[in-house]
Design a binder for this molecule. Sequence first.
Ligand code: ADP
Ligand code: MG
Length: 352
Amino acid sequence: MKNRLLCALLALGLLALPGCERVPDPVEFTTFAMDTVMSFTLYGEPDRTGSVQVELSKQLRSLEDMLSVTAEDSFVYAVNHAGGAWVEAPDSSVLALLHDTLALCQATGGALDFTAYPAVMSWGFTTGEHRVPSPEELEALAAKIDYTAVALSDWAGPTRRGGIALPQGMEIDLGAVAKGYAGDRLAEAVRDKGISSALLDLGQSTITAVGTKPGGEPWRIGIVDPTRPGSYFAVVELADMAMGTSGGYQRYFEQDGVTYWHILDPDTAAPARSGLASVTVVSPSALTCDGLSTALFVMGLEEGTQFWRDHPELDFEAVFVTESGEICRTAGLEGRFFLAEGYTDREVTVLE
Ligand code: ADP
Ligand code: MG
C-alpha cells in the first residue's frame, strides 16, 4: 500500500526515490522485411532506443541482402547459381548460420532440409503463382532434396572464413530459419546497446523476448488457433526466451477442394501431412524455434515428441495442435503455458 502511494507520487513527479522507478514509455516501430511485417517494442532511455532502431533496420536490410533467394546480388542467389562451384561466405556470421542450419538438418534426420528450394519453387510458393506438380515431377524433385550432398567448410571460429558448394541442380533456401536467425542477431544488438527489456516480433509467429517486461513480469505471448487464425488459444510466458510457430494456415493455396501449404516433406517434395495443424517451439534460441517448428511439423506428433525426448541438448519445449484439434505440450512448459480466455475448457495432454 505504502509502496503504491510512493509510486503514485513518483508518477506525478512529486518524489524521486531509488527502487521505485517510473516505467518509461516504450519505443514501438514496425518495418517490412523478409516478406513480412515485423514490430519491435523497446524500453529504455530515448537516446539508446533511437540508435537501436537505426541498428535493427540496418541489420535487417543486410540479412535480407545476403539471404534472399530471389535478389540476384544476394549470397544465397550466388550459391544457387554457381553451377556447382565453391562460393565464399561474405562473413563468418553467415558461415555460422549455415553450420547451425546444417546441424538442425542433421539432428532432425532431414525433416528440416535447406535444399528443398527447387520443390518450394515448383509449387509456386516463391512467386505466388501456385500449381500442383505432377507425381513424376515430385519424384524428381524429392530425389534432389539432400542436405548431405552440401559441401561446407569446417567451422573454425568467428575469425575464420569459409564457403559452401552445392551439386549442380541443387538450391538452398534459408526461409525456414531466417527469421529465427534474425531474431537472435537483433536480440544481441539490443542487449549490446544496453537495453534489457524488449519484444522483437519478427512476423509469422517468430518472437524474441529480451529480458522481462519493465516491472519484472514475463512477456505473455499468444499462440494462434490454427482453425481461427485471428484468435489465440493459449498464452506462453517468456523471459529471455524465443518462440516460433509453423502451421499449415500460415501460407497455403487451395485447388479442387484440397489445401496445399508451404511446409514440405523433403521425402515427397509435397506439403507435409503429418496430422498436425501447427507446432510451436519455445527455446532460448530463436533459430532453434524457427528451424524446429518447421521440422516437428513435418515429423508429426509421435515422432516429434520422441525427438523432444531424444534431444535435451537442443534445449526446447513444444506445443502441438493436431488437425483434429487436440492440444499437447511438453512437460517443461509447466507454469509457463496457459489456455487463453474462451479456451479454458479445452483439454491439454502433457507429454513426458
Ligand atoms: P514461415 O517462413 O512462414 O515462418 P517456416 O519457418 O515454417 O514458415 O518455413 C517455411 C519455409 O521454409 C517455406 O516457405 C519454404 O521456403 C521452406 N521450407 C518448406 N519446407 C521445408 C523443409 N521441410 N525444410 C526446410 N525448409 C522448408
Ligand atoms: Mg521455421
